[in-house]
Design a protein around this ligand. Structure first.
Ligand code: 5RP
Length: 219
């Protein structure tokens, strides 16, 4: 079975977490695209969605799902998003699609975070996937030096500007043994907008698409 089929299975399984007449937080990426397609089948049963990126907004609109502003929607009961890596505590590396800042905001504003992923995303230790860090453009070199001091190898993502007008440094060579501590430490570096480490606010449920079906894993 292909990883796309496993992603689709996980995405379809997330539908059962959607409650009637609520607003759903929607992440970004290829797995989430399957979720949006599934959500469009029940769009008459929800009020709408809060989007984490321009890409997701475009797809939601194409599916005629109303896109609402987070400030107007208030706290959300549910956020559904993918991950680049997820460990056994359901802490994640995210931001492969560059939408980490808005994703982190919606995750923080949501009661339940359901992560949807294919089995290749499951890891024992985070860090084999380069950690995306969103930085204010003028801080790029300074932040790069600070990351080097901490043992990372920052690489500027070429030809990429985030939806917030910032840059992404992808940080290689990290073996993240203490995700919560590293997230807190990197959050204190001036010029970093968001670290793609979702450890302080991990997922609550992981729906892992495998060749044998979807595994439901609770934090
Ligand atoms: C985007 C993300 C995505 O959730 C992550 O990159 C996984 O993407 P995909 O579902 O395409 O594998 O964090 O910023």
């Amino acid at each position: 079975m292909s990883s796309d089929e496993m992603k689709q299975r996980a995405a379809e399984a997330a539908l059962k977490y959607v409650e009637e007449n609520t607003v759903v937080g929607v992440g970004t990426g290829s797995t989430v695209n399957y979720f949006i397609d599934a959500l469009s089948r029940i769009k008459h049963r929800i009020e709408g969605a809060v989007s984490s990126s321009a890409m997701t907004t475009e797809r939601l609109k194409a599916c005629k799902i109303p896109v609402l502003d987070l400030n107007a929607a208030g706290p959300l009961p549910l956020y559904v998003d993918g991950a680049d890596e997820v460990n056994h505590q359901l802490q994640m590396i995210k931001g492969g699609g560059g939408a980490l800042t808005r994703e982190k905001i919606i995750a923080a504003a949501s009661e339940q975070f359901v992560c949807i992923a294919d089995q290749s995303k499951r890891v024992d230790v985070l860090g084999a996937f380069p950690l995306p860090v969103e930085v204010i453009p003028m801080a790029r070199s300074y932040v790069g030096r600070e990351l080097l001091k901490r043992g990372g190898q920052p690489v500027l993502r070429e030809n990429f500007i985030t939806d917030n007008g910032n840059l992404i440094l992808d940080v290689y060579n990290l073996q993240i043994l203490e995700p919560t501590k590293l997230e807190a430490e990197l959050n204190h570096i001036a010029g970093i907008v968001t670290v793609g480490l979702f450890a302080q606010r991990p997922a609550d449920v992981l729906l892992l698409g495998t060749a044998d079906g979807v595994q439901t894993i609770q934090a």
